[in-house]
Design a binder for this molecule. Structure first.
Ligand code: ALG
Ligand code: ZN
Ligand code: ZN
Length: 329
């Protein structure tokens, strides 16, 4: 979209019932209908990297279905994200379910292509394996990025059954590859049993700070967001959200659930507190609809993606205004 064009928004739900027609994220146009987007929402139907329950390959489409009820104005951020910038649904990155290495390469290449058009990515997983190729691609464009990782799990383990690319290992690989800014790495929502204390020692050595699920409960969302914002500063930021950061009561539809998690309200509030950060791309992963009930998990995931999209759209609009003002001078 050039700066003079008005973004094409979602289908008008007062004219066409929101449950009619094929689902795109938030009933937005498809990317091929608008040519290019400022924010491209893409699915990655891949779950060959999971260590427990499979099914996250169906997560992206479940989130799209649940996102039919999202409305165009986001009062929590006082913004209409789909009017401020062109947000469009880029469909799915079709990856090989039988060859993880090839799948990882395919995701990276597809992300390269989309980021190359100037779009930011809002990726819908898929299992957490996909964060690695997404980060590789983002780092090619921005250099090592700050990472904010919401999850019950560290996902900095070394290997599973000798496999390097799994949903429990993406962030160790990313640190090894030098694609993360190790001054600004945080996990939020961590809880539950580990393999050993060494897991925490290793994680700390990689540079991660941990905000546990109990920390969020005790200190509150605002204080946590303030602390995270300070750590992130104005670095380019990637946010990766494993929906199992939420308590299984708020997100039963996931592959490795852990008791004692955050509420969806806490997650959304923390994200809103990060609205001033330079969010270059994000993912929401690990939604496995087969274990869901009444779309509890996919509704939470759709609202999570909505907040992230709103942050990106606001920044895109603000950058455009700055540019216009400097051109006018
Ligand atoms: N859900 C994610 N991404 N990772 C969980 C790995 C936990 C495990 O199998 O020990
Ligand atoms: Zn997890
Ligand atoms: Zn994870």
């Amino acid at each position: 979209m050039s700066s003079n064009e008005t973004p094409r928004g979602p289908v008008d739900s007062s004219r066409i019932p929101r449950y009619a027609g094929p689902a795109t994220f938030a009933r937005l146009p498809r990317l091929d209908e608008v040519g290019r987007a400022d924010v491209a929402v893409v699915g990655v139907p891949f779950d060959s990297g999971v260590s427990y329950r499979p099914g996250a390959r169906f997560g992206g489409n479940a989130i799209r279905e649940a996102s039919r009820l999202l409305r165009p104005y986001n009062p929590a951020q006082d913004a209409s994200p789909f009017a401020l910038a062109q947000v469009a649904d880029g469909g799915d990155i079709a990856v090989n379910p039988f060859n993880i290495n090839e799948a990882v390469e395919t995701v990276e290449a597809a992300a390269d292509e989309l980021l190359g058009t100037g779009a930011r990515l809002m990726t819908l997983g898929g299992d957490h394996t996909i964060a690695l190729p997404l980060l590789r691609s983002v780092a090619k464009k921005h250099g090592p990025v700050a990472l904010l990782h919401f999850d019950a799990h560290l996902d900095t383990w070394d290997t599973y059954f000798g496999a390097e690319y799994t949903h429990g290992t993406p962030f160790r690989r990313a640190v090894e590859e030098g694609i993360l800014d190790t001054e600004a790495l945080s996990h939020v929502g961590i809880r539950g049993p580990l393999y050993g204390k060494q897991d925490l020692t290793d994680d700390e050595k990689m540079g991660f700070g941990i905000v546990t699920s109990s920390d969020v409960y005790r200190r509150g969302a605002d204080e946590v967001a303030d602390q995270l914002r300070q750590r992130i500063g104005d670095r380019p930021l990637y946010i990766s959200i494993d929906i199992d950061c939420l308590d299984p009561a708020h997100a039963p539809g996931t592959g490795t659930p852990e008791a004692g998690g955050m509420t969806s309200r806490e997650l959304l509030e923390i994200l809103r507190g990060l609205a001033s950060c330079n969010l270059v791309s994000a993912d929401v992963v690990e939604v496995a609809p087969a274990y869901d009930h009444a779309e509890i998990t996919s509704v939470a995931a759709s609202h999570t993606a909505y907040e992230l999209t709103t942050i990106m759209s606001r920044q895109i609009a603000a950058a455009r205004t700055d540019l216009k003002e400097s051109e006018a001078k």
